[in-house]
Write a protein that binds this ligand. Structure first.
Ligand SMILES: [Zn+2]
Length: 73
């Protein structure tokens, strides 16, 4: 599931704290748990791979973009 996350932190271009936005992927736990139950636990292996991938490479999604000047952090 893709969600837009907003955070306030200093922008090097604006020289002041501005709101930054980024797309983030969230694990859809209900979907994964339902699939795990429906596939008699087989989907659990996929879920473990997804969790391992996120631990190694982060949650994914885009970088932080300043909503005032548009610079990418
Ligand atoms: Zn900015």
């Amino acid at each position: 599931m893709l969600v837009v996350e907003n955070k306030l932190f200093p922008c090097p271009h604006c020289n002041r704290p501005t709101i930054h936005a980024a797309n983030r992927h969230r694990i859809h736990w209900v979907k994964h748990l339902t699939l795990t139950l429906c596939t008699c636990g087989c989907w659990g292996f996929v879920l473990v791979l997804v969790i391992l991938w996120r631990m190694l490479f982060g949650a994914g999604g885009s970088k932080w973009v300043c909503t005032v000047c548009g610079s990418v952090k």
